[in-house]
Design a protein around this ligand. Sequence first.
Ligand code: NAI
Length: 321
Amino acid sequence: MADRKSERQVGIIGSGLIGHSFAMLYAAAGYRVRMYDIKPEQLRHALSIIDDQLEHLSQNELLRGKLTIKEQRALITGTNDFAECVKDAFFIQECVNESLELKREVHAKIDPICRKDAIISSSTSALVPSLISENLTNKNRFIVCHPTNPPFYAPLVEVIPAPWTDPEVVITTKELMAEIGQVPVIVKKEIDGFVFNRIQYSIIGECWRLYEEGVMSAEDIDKVMSEGLGRRYAFMGPLEITYLNADGLLIFGDLYRETLYRVQCSFGPPKKMEGPTLEKMHNEIAARIPLDKLYERRKWRDIRLASLQKLINELDESHPK
Ligand code: NAI
């Protein structure tokens, strides 16, 4: 099924959790993908995980896009040659470990050999784009695309330009993300942790405090989200939820602003996740999900995520937003 799109190459650097998931997304949308990893054995492992996941998705009728497994798989190749991954790519998705030094080193290698019209993107979770790109010649074409893990199964991507990123790069990146089935949101100015992780970390921080103070077990804290708050969050944000919980935000403010403020004042300063409490929490969760069963548990999660997305797509068609 060769079309012009399949001749356009995306370069993925780093084939870990995020890299191989992004590779599947681009291939499902019909792009040719070249994936590189500094560790050849990791690259081989990533390609075998892709085989396994495509098979699993197909068995559950959850394959993305219009291409068959064979066609999608044929679009993804691994390479042990960094330049081969980068030089012909119109879009580069760097997915190496979260270290400023490493990211700077990798981008300094991409900079002189990439196409002059390429967009160079980093998957960083929290490093602001200006820090990674300040010394690059092509820094006007650098942008962060921070995905939700795993990108193949959860569509939100934060798109974060540096102050010097060309506006056209922001538009093209946003369009590309939407085209491969993701939902891009723009972070308009650089902020530590971006928006996704600022919200996520505030939740984790409060869960930690509640556990440390003996208010609830780890399992029950997780249920508060999975069986309660999370049910709504799967298709509606906290601001709209608040709007619906009273008759609009103005009435919500009148009814709950004092309670909201009083409870927030009791949160206290941030605490570090460390020490015996961390061990206790870890052991409590590991009793349910042993570390050697993580791959199975992730597969269980991913099929649920893909099924939920399918349901939401069907509902969007029958009951438009
Ligand atoms: P990972 O540890 O699963 O994968 C990182 C990969 O990069 C490894 O395969 C490693 O061998 C490779 N690598 C290291 N140095 C390299 C180099 N010089 N050249 C090529 N490959 C190299 O990490 P993960 O989770 O995939 O994270 C990648 C990036 O995505 C990080 O910046 C992380 O913060 C971000 N991210 C991670 C999320 C998560 O929940 N795991 C969510 C969103 C973003």
